[in-house]
Design a protein around this ligand. Sequence first.
Ligand code: SF4
Length: 361
Amino acid sequence: MSTEEMRERLKNGGRVSAQEALWLWKNASDERLRELAQVVRSRFHEPEACTYMLMRIINYTNVCVAQCDYCAFYTLPGAADGYVLSKQQVFAKIDELIDLGGDLVGFNGGFNPQLTLEYYCDLFHAVRERYQDRIEFYALTIAEFMYLADHGKLDYVRTAQRLKDAGVRWVTGGGSEILTEDFRQRHSKFKYTVAQYFEAQRALVETGLKTSATMVIGFDETIEERIEHLERTRQFQDEVGGLGSFLCWTFKPYFTPLGDALGQIEISTSEYLRHLALSRIYLDNVPRIRTSVLTQNERALEGLLYGADDFDLPIEDEVTQKAGATISLQFDRILGFARSLGYQPVYRSMALKRTAPLPVT
Ligand code: SF4
């Protein structure tokens, strides 16, 4: 096995196997990984091109019954600090985002047994009615989507169709962390099984909703588990398609039971960057590989050198902030860092009819 041979193969449109990915992880230098990642990146993007979005996650409820041990955000039903945001609170958050120049909202909360499909349809219908095509939003992560369907005793296709009828166009693949059954049993056994996850992804694609792939690293997962996650994602894309992008971020361990058990240690940025490169090399059928400013701050932009081509500038995400993530609103500085690395960041608007001023460039 040699990186030179792999480079030639990738240049000719070939791909690497799971075994080769493992070998690369263990043996390839940073420079070699970057080089291979750039070969696959160049199939989709010009060398200096990259895009970004200004967005906010709206954490509409923190009540959750899933009890993942890596979570610092949730509270159980009946707890005094549980909340559900009102429509007015949601609108105020969206208005603030628009004022800052953003146009993408992500709804992400907990598995709240009090909230029915009717609640969600009503909320998303109200958001679509008020903002029309001036913003885009992803309504829930796929994890919440599955809970909603299961809790309401509906199948995934019918649930997806109901959301679509309410004005939803997009559900993210968020909440996937590491997609191995073993990982799910270790840390998140009430959330979903891997088989359910991909069944739900398929239902979203078949209903005509947009979806995406995500991943979180830095728990106690093995390298083999990371590669299994990538393999399952690539396989799904080969068979079903519909994954427009892949976003990987890193576990923030603070104030979480798992973080306590692991000694509150975050993985290094260099490990994250190597993983981004491996993801770009392996996920040769996903056009957009995104790097996480939310968990890596401006150093995430180095991910562009490792094969990424897109990033968010988030203004809020309580889930990761509660576990230690810090958010900067100094967009100029962050974008300037991308430019200093030789990239030309261009705003990527998800809204069909953008009216908000473009953010700083
Ligand atoms: S990660 Fe999500 S599903 Fe898991 S406990 Fe936290 S809010 Fe609930």
